[in-house]
Design a protein around this ligand. Structure first.
Ligand SMILES: Cc1ncc(COP(=O)(O)O)c(C=O)c1O
Length: 441
């Protein structure tokens, strides 16, 4: 008997396929391939022994042995929620009470990704407007699309989101009678995925002031995704936007233990205005009535013993070397060219590369094919941009220095240069430019 076709929900139909899955599969299926695409963390420095000792401790102690193997609570293990709050406010140099915060305003989740997802499900109806940086974290774009949100984007420069452009956009939406649909501004404000750029201290204040100025008519939330904050390799930490939100009204601060410790533990957190907690608990209860309790006990233990902090310090050294390897290699391979540029991140895992306009980086472009043939992969920059949202540059790429060793990073960048020369030899660059100009590209 042949069955009638199964009907899927509108939400399922709206949810796009992950654009990066194909790239991940290529890298995993071919060990010779140097993946500068994967968002994986450094495998060699994952804290296997430290976590092994923590697990042994937890299981040997009658106070934790059975509880850590039992179901936990929807919002997460209370001692860890308290430690997360102290950890984040400690980095910001403020007390929780100055920010009107308590551990009840902290939610733990299956990675920060789950919390980003639940927040979006809870806040947006189809047609609601969310403002993001251009480019932005494309996995979150997919969440927004799945929830039917309309995404408006704001360009970035070296200081992160352009606040003057954000002001103009909000003003335009207000004049168009659409202010009531504007629900949130999403920013990855430390070493952004995908560009590596950081929002400056001055702009953080300006963003919050702008949101405050609209508050009597429309309460717009800022979702501050600080996934990479702790991976800083030079300069001083910048206080979070959350630390400026002294009334605890406007900023949801999302963080994760995936990058600074272990993504296998898949534990993240959100610190948020108190009135968001109850609806979020209801929805999260439907999702899972509690994320992995065992991971939360492990992280609580690592924070208590100080081993978490030691791991972060170790990781900074490891990633600093990789970041330097990538920037040095880019300089060696493309340094003399004024038609190639890249960001110089002071933390995180990503460099944003801008190739000349005649070298397209889309998945089916000759350059991408030449890179794959040469054994190197990157994430096409277009994945970070929303289709139909103004200028969508076709010659950008996200390069990750998270996973590959310094030697492979250097070799990967060398292969990238060779692929670029193969599709548009440097000597013919001006000729290629004129062809493009002639073609009106
Ligand atoms: C900007 C950003 N936010 C959030 C996440 C989610 O991380 P996790 O769910 O592992 O905490 C990631 C992961 O790559 C990310 O890059």
């Amino acid at each position: 008997m042949t069955s009638a076709p199964l009907a899927f929900s509108a939400k399922s139909r709206r949810t796009p396929e992950s654009p990066i899955a194909w790239f991940m599969a290529q890298a995993l299926g071919n060990p010779a391939m140097i993946s500068l695409a994967a968002g994986l963390v450094d495998t060699a420095s994952l804290p296997a022994e430290v976590i092994g000792a923590s697990v042994a401790r937890l299981l040997a102690d009658p106070a934790t042995a059975k509880p850590c193997l039992q179901y936990g609570t929807t919002n997460g293990y209370a001692p860890l929620r308290q430690k997360v709050l102290s950890h984040v406010t400690g980095m910001d140099g403020v007390s929780a009470s100055e920010l009107n915060l308590s551990a009840d305003d902290v939610m733990l989740g299956t990675g920060s990704q789950q919390l980003l997802y639940i927040l979006s499900e809870m806040l947006f109806d189809p047609g609601d407007i969310v403002i993001t940086e251009a480019p932005s974290y494309f996995v979150y774009h997919a969440v927004l699309e799945g929830n039917g949100a309309r995404v408006e984007t704001v360009p970035m420069d070296d200081d992160g989101m352009d606040i003057a452009a954000l002001r103009t956009l909000l003003d335009r939406l207000d004049r168009a009678g659409e202010l009531s649909k504007v629900r949130m501004i999403y920013t990855v404000d430390y070493f952004q995925n995908p560009t590596g750029l950081t929002l400056s201290a001055a702009r953080r204040r300006e963003m919050l002031d702008l949101v405050r100025s609209y508050a009597p008519r429309q309460r717009i939330l800022i979702l501050e995704d600080a996934a990479y904050r702790e991976l800083r390799y030079e300069g001083d930490d910048i206080p979070s936007i959350k630390s400026l939100d002294t009334t605890n009204e406007f900023v949801v601060h999302a963080g994760t233990f995936s990058k600074p410790c272990s993504p296998g533990l898949k534990t993240g957190y959100a610190i948020m205005p108190s009135d968001l907690i109850e609806p979020m608990t209801r929805i999260k209860g439907n999702h899972d009535f509690g994320s992995n309790n065992f991971s939360q006990y492990i992280l609580n233990d690592l924070l208590e013993t100080g081993e978490y902090h030691e791991q972060v310090i170790r990781l900074r050294g490891v990633y600093r070397e990789k970041r330097d390897a990538m920037l040095d290699a880019l300089n060696e391979q493309f340094g003399g060219r004024d038609d190639v540029s890249w960001t110089k991140p002071t933390g995180g895992m990503f460099v944003w590369l801008r190739m000349p306009p005649h070298i397209l980086t889309s998945p089916d472009s000759p350059f991408t094919k030449a890179c794959i043939d040469a054994g190197v992969m990157y994430v096409p920059g277009e994945f970070g941009h929303i289709a139909g949202q103004g200028h969508r540059p076709g010659s950008e790429a996200r390069l990750s220095f998270g996973d590959a060793s310094p030697a492979r990073i250097r070799e990967g960048i060398r292969r990238l240069r060779h692929a670029a020369d193969a599709v548009a030899p440097a000597v013919n660059r001006s000729a290629a430019d004129s062809i493009l100009v002639a073609a009106g590209s």
